[in-house]
Structures are given as C-alpha cells and as structure tokens.
Design a protein around this ligand. Structure first.
Ligand code: CP
Ligand code: NVA
Length: 305
C-alpha cells in the first residue's frame, strides 16, 4: 500500500478494502497480532488536544508489541520554531513511524517528503482519514456492506466532511453533504471525490437542505460546528448552523433502519440532540472503539514486520 496514510484519496479501493478486512481480523483475534509491530516505536505529535486519537494509537501500538511516545504541543521544539523537515529527519533516525495531528495539512506532506518513515494523519485542518476508516468499519458491521449505501453528513464542510467524501467514494457509496451557505466542503476535494466515485459506482451530492441531504440515508453523520482552532467563531457559527441540528425530526427523513454516527467529541443541543446521540440508532461508541482496531490495521500495514 501507499507508504503513508495522509488522505483516503491516495490509496486504491483494494488497499482500503484490505485495511478494513485486517481491522476486522484484529478486532476478532487481537492476540494473533501481539507481535505484529514488535520493537517498533511510533512518535505521536499532537498540536491540538485529543482523547480518542491519542489513547487509541498509544494503546494500539502497545497491543501490537511496540510503544508510542506522546509529543504534545509544547513538548518538542516545533513550537519554538524548529522546522518540520528537521523534525521529520531527526525522528526518522529514532522511530519507525510518526502519527501527527496538525493545524496545517501541508505540514504532514512536508513530513512525508523529508522523513524516511511512514507518516499517519491523526487529523489535519483538511482531513481525518483514521476516523473515517473506523466509521466505515462501523457502518459495514451494522449494515453488512458499504457499496450502494447512502451516507449523509450534515453540518460544516470540514475535515470530517472531506474524509467522508473520499472514504465513501472509494467504497462506492453515495455521500451527501448538507451544509449551511458559506460552509461548503472544499471544491477541490469535492471534484476529486466525484472522480473517485465515477470509478467505483459511488455518487456525491451537495445540498444546503438538510432534509433533502438526509432523505433515505442508511447512515447519518454530523460533527461539531466549530472545530479545534475555530473557538472564536463558535458563537457566529451557532447562529449560522441553526436548522442543521440532527434531531429526531431530521432523522425521520432517513431510512427507518438508519444509524447515527459522530466522530466525537459532541455538543448535545448544538449539532445533535441528546435524544438522537443517546438513542437506539446511535453507534457512536462502537465507532470510537473501532478507531483502535482500524488504526492497528494501518500500523500493521505501514510499520509491521
Ligand atoms: N474523533 C477524534 O479524533 O477524537 P479526539 O479529538 O478525541 O482524538
Ligand atoms: N472537525 C473536528 C473533528 C474532531 C475529531 C475538529 O477538527 O475539531
């Protein structure tokens, strides 16, 4: 497979299929993979906070026989101006892989260019591929497949929306994004997702009407209205996103057997009602668990012996 995991647009559908299949095997029989990354070290760079990504990667590499080193926002010299190339070159002399959560996606590409080891995107301003691998694993577990299903994302055209567009397109799904005016997904990402969908039998729909977006969906997805780093815009966004809350009324447009997903952390009463996220159609904690299994599969593929 590709040497890095920066974007779900850079893998072939077969490579992504293999990761999901391996994730399922690892989930079923974790002990069989206890030495899959024996003696390997993963550096985990975080420029932003994290619960799921941090704990699932650190636990995951440990369960594979390796170790993770957490490098928080002020732990290394990046925040004092050391360059990304120098950081990546130095880490390449010590460790076997880097997982990084960064503000600027270009910094991940720079790490991949200047380092000699696999780089895994643990969330950037543009994309969150590891989350979407876990999401797809979850949908497949609950629905028995992916191809031909409709995945409806409601809200901000952000990193989650972008990775769902790529990931859903790769597996031949119909991905709909409904967003308030002014918060559309990146046009280049949409174009690339449409190209991928054209080759897999998938489809991409973009709308400003959430009821239309969610109509007949098999899976409904939302994310916070203000992402990490956008805290100053939170109040304005709360006003602009009115009508985009995933509540029972909006869910009634989806298929009766539809499931609800959220990458978490969630804000009940903003992007999702408590009734929906804590209700019977919500699979958010299976989704969070699947981060562990999906990322172990990624590490075995990229770093495994
Ligand atoms: N979903 C997700 O990436 O969560 P964290 O920000 O807690 O890692
Ligand atoms: N869009 C959110 C996702 C958090 C997992 C953010 O970037 O903060």
């Amino acid at each position: 497979m590709a040497r890095h995991l920066l974007s779900l647009a850079e893998q072939t559908p077969e490579e992504l299929r293999n990761i999901l299949d391996l994730a399922r095997q690892i989930k079923l029989n974790p002990r069989a993979f206890a030495q899959a990354c024996a003696g390997q070290t993963l550096a985990m760079i975080f420029q932003k906070p994290s619960l799921r990504t941090r704990v699932s990667f650190q636990t995951g590499i440990y369960q594979l026989g390796g170790q993770g080193i957490y490098l928080g926002p002020t732990d290394i010299q990046l925040h004092r101006g050391e360059s990304i190339p120098d950081t990546a070159k130095v880490l390449s002399r010590y460790v076997d892989g880097i997982m990084a959560r960064v503000f600027d996606h270009a910094h991940l590409e720079e790490m991949a260019e200047f380092g000699d080891i696999p780089i895994i995107n643990g969330l950037s301003d543009l994309l969150h591929p590891c989350q979407v691998l876990a999401d797809l694993l979850t949908i497949e577990e609950k629905k028995g497949g992916l191809k031909g299903l409709k995945l409806a994302y409601v809200g901000d055209g952000n990193n989650m929306a972008h990775s769902l567009l790529y990931g859903g397109a790769q597996f031949g799904m119909t991905v709909s994004i409904s967003h308030p005016r002014g918060y559309a997904p990146d046009a280049e990402v949409v174009t690339r997702a449409r190209e991928i969908a054209a080759s897999t039998g998938g489809a991409i729909q973009i709308t400003e009407d959430p009821a239309e977006g969610v109509s007949d969906a098999d899976a409904v997805y939302t994310d916070v209205w203000a992402s990490m780093g956008q805290e100053a815009e939170a109040k304005e966004r709360n006003d602009r996103f009115k009508g985009f809350e995933v509540d029972a009324k909006l869910m009634s447009n989806a298929r009766p057997d539809s499931i609800f997903l959220h990458c978490l952390p969630a804000h009940r009463g903003e992007e999702v009602s408590a009734e929906v996220i804590d209700g019977p159609r919500s699979v958010v904690f299976d989704e969070a668990e699947n981060r562990l299994h999906a990322q172990k599969a990624v590490m075995v593929r990229l770093m495994g012996r």
